[in-house]
Ligand binder design. Structure first.
Ligand code: ZN
Length: 222
């Protein structure tokens, strides 16, 4: 029986969380869900599927096309480039997709409910350089409470990376045996494989590996 559902984006953090869940809940107890929300970089979906295959967990792909229809951010709107710095009004990078994690976790909770799964695992981190408000601990706690009430269901949301630095996350990935899977993850905001190395996401990833003193298996693959 499955005990935990991991929201798997195909990136470094959610992949690390998948291995955290395997360690915490045991093999054959974990499933993964990925959302196709019209992201520009379709490679994320391939990466998520590949990581799930490597980890030998069942993988569900769910479509949500509303974010692309809303537009206004660089991750779903192909007309917008990823800009450095923050928007003057929102004080957030233009890669912020409003409501994304709230919606993802709510849909994931609905899937968990249907499958009698009581634990959700997400890779969000308060320490993330972008400062996305839906990655913060109070948001996750409030959402967990809203889901418990709104679904009348005993559900716990785990965010094991919430207070970890990127370097700590890399060390955790090594301890969990996740490094081979990280070779197949996607981080680059420019959607490039091999990664461009200069966008904010690539820079943050490289800094984390450098500080941990561990070579990035994704970079080594090319
Ligand atoms: Zn990049």
């Amino acid at each position: 029986m499955t005990n935990a559902l991991v929201v798997l984006s195909g990136g470094q953090d959610s992949t690390t969380c998948l291995y955290w869940a395997l360690n915490r809940f045991g093999r054959r107890q974990v499933a993964a869900v990925t959302f196709d929300y019209g992201q520009r970089h379709r490679i994320e979906l391939d990466c998520a599927a590949h990581v799930a295959m490597l980890a030998e967990v069942p993988h569900t792909l769910l479509p949500i096309d509303t974010f692309a229809a809303l537009g206004g951010n660089a991750l779903t709107d192909a007309r917008l480039a990823v800009r450095p710095g923050v928007d003057a009004r929102t004080q957030l990078p233009n890669t912020f997709v409003p409501g994304r994690n709230l919606i993802f976790l709510t849909f994931a909770a609905a899937l968990a409910y249907q499958r009698c799964i009581h634990h959700l695992v997400t890779g969000v981190a308060q320490t993330d350089f972008s400062g996305y408000p839906d990655c913060r601990q109070p948001t996750i706690q409030a959402l967990e409470q809203a889901i418990r009430l709104g679904m009348d269901y005993d559900l716990t949301i785990h965010a094991p990376l919430m207070f970890e630095s990127k370097a700590d996350t890399v060390r955790m990935a090594r301890e969990l045996g996740a490094l081979p899977a990280l070779a197949w993850t996607h981080t680059c905001y420019n959607g490039q494989q091999p990664p461009c190395g200069v966008c904010p996401a690539c820079e943050l990833r490289a800094k984390g590996f450098a500080e941990a003193g561990i070579p990035d298996p994704l970079v080594e693959r090319f």
